[in-house]
Design a protein. Sequence first.
Length: 299
Amino acid sequence: MRKPWVVGVLLAGMLLGGCGDPASAPEEPAPAAPRASTTTHQRAPASPGPQPGKAPTVLYLGDSLAMEGQKVLGQELRRDLRATYTGAPYSGTTLCDYLEGTAERSLVPAADKAAALVRRLRPDFVVLQFWGNSWGYTPCMDGITYDKSPARYFSRYAADALRLTEQIAAAGGGSRPRIVWVSQGPDPITPDRVRRVNALYEKRAAASGDLVADAGKTVSPAGGRYTWTQSLPCTAYERAHRGLCTQPGRDRTALHRDDDYLHFCLAPTTSRPKPCPVRSPGILRIAREVTETIRQAAR
């Protein structure tokens, strides 16, 4: 790390644009992501779940972490699984934003709610990647924040996870998609919050027969699942692909910029959220873990 991480934390609070520590908030709402319908690909008629050897159809929803990684995940899924893929993330969101019935208090329009997209696209998998918006940026959280009331925050988050699961299941009808909850990486400010959010995802998946992709583990130190770090030792894959092992002399690769402890894009954060424009090892690690989880489930 070239600068004290505390400096990065303070600067990140001004740049997150949608998710971060409880003390931070963006100056204005993040712009909406491109409409999901513009990125949709043709698919075969719906069937009751993915068949062995069948190329899956995948829908990806989430916040700014999903926004920055959506193109990379699509590339991995298409190349490795021949997947039909649609990404519809919105920066600044949390689970309630994708619930139907919250359009007027939400950062996601009615046409792009999770259930609406499931009815339209008939996906086999719905990937949900949410950091766990913890400081009430989105109106649908009704002002409930982690720092003011952790108990209310987790209770509401669990209730929204259940409602979102139920809405996705109902929208899928006889071909209910499997949900893939993406676990989050370490948070240097509120490490216990992320641990509990991930536990909530695991509990919800187990109760509903869904999946967890432990992508957060791929951006955590070995033996320190919830210990934040700016860089990690390079993997064999990163060493074999130019530009992914960012510090080859030290055999380490960067996960975060000096000025942003949360996001994994190694390009500067912009006022208008967009997919990451540069190769970023953290984003690729997360995408590869999600892809592998879907690969195993689609066999």
